[in-house]
Design a protein around this ligand. Structure first.
Ligand code: B12
Ligand code: SF4
Length: 461
């Protein structure tokens, strides 16, 4: 079959990040190995206009289109699915991804024929084979589709992938690589924590559990990226890079011994980092870490089930900074809590003084307890299916907080900007390669993307 995977762009154009999407990369790699012709269209890098997708469809003539859907791109995905259904009713369409797992019926109503629940690797080959030969889908696990009588069929879930080392390396030639400034890979899947604001992969896509790759296999893939694709920078897309301290240290020691000459970025929890881990990370080529700090208020952190105190966060960040790592931090404004607690983030930021501060407004994402039971937390969602307001930039009337009005939220962001600029931070809208301390807020005019090439050049110079 000719298979086209589509990753629709973010509904909010400020969030068109340049990171290649690994999920469809795994599926595309497996399908290629089975002899199918596969392409990936990542609209985040190809451009805003849907005409580009329609042109590709006209040129490639896919037999099957697979949409990868998360909430921030669902409104765009929905528009594209409906349009393709109308223009090309002969093309079969399937979907997967976080949002498809949460709302499979909506995707079917939009025009998708089969929604794949969970991690797609163990079913994609059989599914494409059945679709190609027009066979019934009975017996394939983890699918939602309409059966012959038009009724909704939902087959049993599939167990999560335990041994990630059995998967092939993602075939990077599937991507339009010239559009990306660096490579990405995964060292683990899943997360054991339960932060209230997070649509945790474990619980939405994976039923349960966390899987960690063998460190030697991770190093082998890094070397493969370096030797085959000239990779000098790699972004690890794990929820929490390698999760446990002993695994992180084991990987770091082995990677340092190999002298890979590859610099990389990871996302970590601050309570996983002490002086030994930080030194190990630096020795293994890590140059930059992304920490979710979220708030400077211990009450807010505790209510949000972050599982960390401000002291733990301070210790982790200090250890990382002392080792010479560049720190990017994420903050969420609007987590449940009174106004004075919201303001506690400003002195904490100034105290921590990380290199990059990325402020987001709380979005009670589908897949979180804030979406399921908003009233319990003082959150009001007028229409939970108006997904445009769950895409960043959604300071609209659909979502409101009893404890923080929109005007107060804006004022809080503006007060933060004043404090940060007084402390020498520069807005990412204006930052150049020489700027060391950078901030981003939802009020920034341009991209919120702190992975932009000029800044990254500084990071890695
Ligand atoms: C890395 C990452 C990013 C990176 C790169 C994104 C990219 N291009 O991949 C960056 C930093 C750019 C990013 C940005 C954002 N992200 Co993000 N991101 C992730 C993260 C941590 C990993 C993604 C990944 O590689 N997963 C591993 C792969 C293997 O899993 P997968 O993609 O789900 O694919 C599997 C299955 O879902 C299925 N599948 C997927 N697609 C398809 C398609 C078909 C046809 C089929 C059959 C199956 C299938 O099979 C795949 C293989 O098993 C996830 C959390 C997570 N663990 O997934 C959050 C996550 C997806 N992001 C999220 C959010 C909110 C954002 C941002 C809005 C954050 C922000 N503040 O700006 C932006 C929006 C970006 C956008 N495109 O709209 C949320 C989405 C919540 C939701 N309800 O949808 C998540 C779930 C984080 C969370 N826990 O809350 N993100
Ligand atoms: S925010 Fe991070 S630590 Fe918390 S549940 Fe989500 S992925 Fe896990």
């Amino acid at each position: 079959m000719r298979v086209l995977f589509v990753v629709p762009r973010s509904f909010n154009p400020k969030q068109m990040y340049r990171e290649y999407p690994l999920g469809v990369g795994f599926l595309g790699t497996l399908l290629r190995q089975l002899g199918h012709e596969v392409r990936i269209f990542d609209q985040n890098v190809e451009g805003l206009d849907d005409v580009l997708l329609l042109n590709l469809v006209a040129e490639f003539h896919p037999d099957l289109i697979g949409f990868s859907v998360i909430t921030p791109n669902y409104p765009v995905a929905q528009r594209q699915i409906r349009q393709l259904k109308e223009l090309h009713p002969e093309i079969r369409m399937i979907a997967g991804g976080v949002h498809a797992n949460l709302f499979p019926e909506d995707l079917l109503a939009d025009g998708i024929e089969v929604v794949v629940l969970g991690e797609g690797e163990s079913v994609i080959g059989d599914l494409v084979d059945r679709l190609e030969r027009d066979l019934a889908l009975t017996g394939l696990d983890g699918l939602v589709y309409r059966d012959a009588s038009g009724g909704l069929a939902r087959t049993c879930g599939r167990p999560p992938l335990k041994n990630l080392d059995e998967l092939p390396f993602v075939d990077r030639s599937l991507y339009n690589l010239k559009r990306y400034s660096h490579h990405s890979m995964l060292a683990s899947r899943g997360c054991p924590y339960h932060c209230a604001f997070c649509c945790n992969y474990t619980g939405t896509v994976r039923d349960h559990g966390v899987s960690v790759r063998w460190h030697e296999r991770v190093i082998e893939e890094m070397r493969h990226l370096r030797d085959e694709f000239g990779a000098r920078e790699i972004f690890f897309a794990d929820d929490i890079f390698l999760l446990r301290k002993p695994d992180i240290l084991e990987f770091c020691h082995a990677a340092a011994a190999r002298q890979l000459g590859v610099r990389w970025i990871g996302q970590l929890r601050a309570d996983r980092v002490d002086a030994a881990v930080a030194a190990g990370l630096v020795g293994a080529g890590c140059r930059r870490i992304y920490f979710g700090v979220e708030s400077g208020s211990d009450h807010i952190l505790s209510d949000a089930k972050k599982g960390m105190t401000t002291d733990q966060i301070r210790n982790g960040l200090q250890a990382a900074k002392a080792a010479g790592l560049r720190l990017k931090t994420g903050w969420i404004y609007g987590l449940p809590g009174p106004l004075e607690e919201q303001y506690a983030s400003i002195p904490f930021m100034l105290d921590l003084r990380p290199h990059e501060i990325s402020i987001h407004q709380l979005i009670p994402f589908p897949g979180t307890i804030y979406y399921q039971e908003p009233a319990r937390f003082g959150i009001r969602i007028a229409n939970p299916k108006a997904f445009e307001s769950f895409c960043y930039g959604g300071l609209d009337g659909n979502i409101r907080f009893d404890y923080l009005s929109h005007a107060q939220l804006i004022q809080l962001i503006e007060d933060t900007v004043v404090a940060l600029e007084a402390a020498g931070y520069v807005s990412s809208d204006e930052a150049g390669p020489g700027d060391e301390y950078i901030y981003t807020t939802p009020l920034n005019r341009h991209s919120m993307n702190v992975f932009r090439p000029p800044i990254q050049a500084t990071v890695f110079s």
